[in-house]
Design a protein around this ligand. Sequence first.
Ligand code: IMP
Length: 430
Amino acid sequence: MPVIAVVGAQWGDEGKGKIVDLLAARAQVVARSQGGANAGHTIKRGGSRIILHLLPSGALSPDAQCLIGPGVVLDAGALLQELKELADLGISLKGRLTIDLRTHLVFPTHKLLEAQQETQLGNQKIGTTCRGIGPAYSDKAARRGVRLGDLLDKSRRLATCTALFDYHAALLEKIYHQPPLDRAPLLAEAEFWAEELASYAGDSVRKLREAVDRDQVVLLEGAQGTFLDLDLGTYPFVTSSHPTSGGPVVGIGLPPGKIDFVLGVLKAYCTRVGSGPFPTEMDDETAKLLRDRGAEYGATTGRPRRIGWLDLVAAKEAAQWNGVNGWALTKLDVLEKLPTLKVCSSYRIGDTILSGVPLTIQGWADAVPLYEELPGWEDGHEARDIDDLPDNARNYLAKIESYTGVPVHLISLGAGQEETILPRGELVQP
Ligand code: IMP
């Protein structure tokens, strides 16, 4: 199973970091193809927690090649900071990180613009991570973005950076009534980024293809989650990229037929950060309990996450849209000791029962989740074999499998790598 795509099946924060880290130890190549520093993959190593925002999780495996595809938007400052933090831990990416020359850059002014846009939206705001993601993808789509190749080309650097900066400065001044900005610091920063990033720049698409042709184990690391997809998610409360399994096809030029296995990461309950519809959201003592037990605070922004029961309707849609071959079910331990659990098994709008998720934002807002109740269980987090899980925990898994039609391949019962059950054996042979 050499090419595995790991996708979030909910609203992000499904616990992809641990899953990708587990698999990265066996992968020769780990690639990011969408999103930017809005992602936050938390990885536990020994006693410390490491949060990666831009670097593929393979960064922590000394022999893995790390690729950043053209579909990513690159905050050069954030990436350099991450490289420095890893260097302080004795981890070097020299010679094993390739950032595609076609990758678009996030400017500091993208973040300034985003802050203004969010403020102007008032209580309709998206609740973004304020990492400049939406404005950077907007400039890319409008064909005025600056790519890494422009930054490294001395004959284009000044002109391209100046043009984009001046456009942003005009927007900030004329539309958002902000004071004029000085170009000089940005241009100096751009020079610095060019010096620091030159040795990592290259053709990540070709490197990926060569790895696939050599039958190497390749991990395609998705960021965010299916319902934050720009086209399929709860628009406009979405991110500006494609976290679905098509992401690597457009974002790092992988031919569609080359993905051997789509591993959907599904948290045993749901969370969401930022605004937007969330049918199974609960706002009671159980939500507080799960937030605390599950440490449900944003890895990038520290915001408390909204909490909801498992939404099987959404999970089934995610399975179908992404072509999920197997689930990695995370944070099952967090549900322990609840007397009963609810799972949403259909939505109702007025008198109509929907057969899938709503297609409009009003539909999402109006959808009433209909629940089935399942009995809870006491203790199961120490199980290391499927047969050691309490019966009711196994019933919960069986419900997910039968409803979504997708088998569970991995169960995570804690942040540590050993707190894992592989009911169908290893995903990647050692
Ligand atoms: P943006 O990606 O910063 O533009 O934010 C758009 C929406 O996606 C907001 O609701 C964010 O909270 C959400 N979002 C972006 N990245 C992540 C993530 O890695 N995990 C969970 N939510 C995210």
